[in-house]
Design a protein around this ligand. Structure first.
Ligand code: G4P
Length: 286
């Protein structure tokens, strides 16, 4: 799903999230483990200020595990826990639960000392489109729930979804935030991983960006996948060679568009292996 964000949409989304924050104990911020910084809303710190936050690096099954470990360390703060999850295959859900419990521990201990029962942790899942919010809600609930975003003009009563073990309750409408496109690289990273539709940016440009990144970060995986001994330095040449290797040639020329589609398809479906397109070091966070 690609949503075009206008200032009005942004203000509304922000208002909706702010309203929900009043009802909850913990914010679960979902990001894509392959591009954790680009797949988050840059204003999330400000929007959720004062609430304990659990950052979930989702789709960890597709990301480079070494880079994911580096992100787990880089994003950790006193009031922020970070976990890596593969919601699609229900992996990491126990760690997610312990992360939320850790964030609430002091408060819950104090309540218990006063003889009060803290009850289940109430949480809200937030994140940009396509990071896996619906998938995670379904897995945590242990059943399929029709998850929808907030619809304009429709006010519906907030429902709490009880988690399998009963330790946590989730609001049924996740908070949908907007990605920040002002930085062009963010757009490329989101497009390369398939989080936004190809028609927002030029397909050839996305493929060339992906070719450059893969060739710099994962040259061996690229060589192995496309049976190339030596990667040409120039991204256009490399993408042409990939097209040639796959027989995408007509009239003596490589079909650049087909080569672009092929590369992106292989990247998005993990055919080139597990890759991450940004590291904490890229953002001076290491
Ligand atoms: P959203 O609510 O945040 O918009 O995201 P949603 O759950 O709809 O997930 C978007 C896509 O990401 C879905 O793929 C979903 O299966 C996939 N996904 C979610 N979590 C994970 C994960 O941890 N690992 C992997 N590999 N994929 C994940 P889709 O292509 O739209 O649907 P489908 O092919 O799964 O049916």
């Amino acid at each position: 799903m690609a949503i075009q964000w206008f200032p009005g949409h942004m203000a509304k989304a922000r208002r909706q999230v702010t309203e929900k924050l009043k009802l909850i104990d913990v914010v679960i911020e979902l990001v894509d483990a392959r591009v954790p910084q680009s797949s988050r809303n840059p204003m999330v710190d400000e929007i959720t200020e004062g609430k304990p936050r659990l950052i979930v690096l989702n789709k960890a099954d597709m990301a480079d595990p070494v880079v994911t470990d580096a992100w787990l360390r880089a994003l950790k703060r006193d009031d922020v826990e970070v976990v890596a999850v593969d919601a699609k295959h229900s992996k990491g859900l126990k760690q997610l639960m312990s992360g939320a419990e850790k964030l609430m521990q002091e408060k819950h201990d104090r309540m218990r000392e006063k003889g009060r029962n803290p009850g289940p942790i109430r949480a809200l899942i937030i994140g940009i489109p396509n990071v896996g919010k619906s998938t995670l809600i379904n897995r945590l609930a242990g059943r399929n729930i029709a998850v929808t975003g907030d619809r304009p003009g429709v006010t519906k009563r907030q429902q709490w979804i009880k988690m399998k073990g009963g330790e946590m309750e989730l609001l049924d409408t996740p908070g949908i935030l907007w990605p920040k496109f002002e930085d062009q690289m963010v757009g490329y990273r989101l497009a390369a991983t398939g989080a936004i539709k190809d028609d927002i940016l030029n397909l050839d440009d996305i493929a060339l960006y992906a070719t450059r990144e893969l060739s710099a970060r994962y040259p061996e995986q690229l060589k192995e996948r496309f049976k190339i001994d030596q990667l040409p330095e120039d991204a256009v040449e490399l993408l042409e060679l990939i097209g040639k290797k796959r027989g995408l040639v007509s009239g003596g020329y490589v079909d650049f568009e087909k080569a672009s589609e092929l590369l992106l398809n292989e990247l998005r479906h993990e055919k080139i292996g597990r890759v991450s397109l940004e590291t904490p070091a890229d953002h001076d966070m290491a």
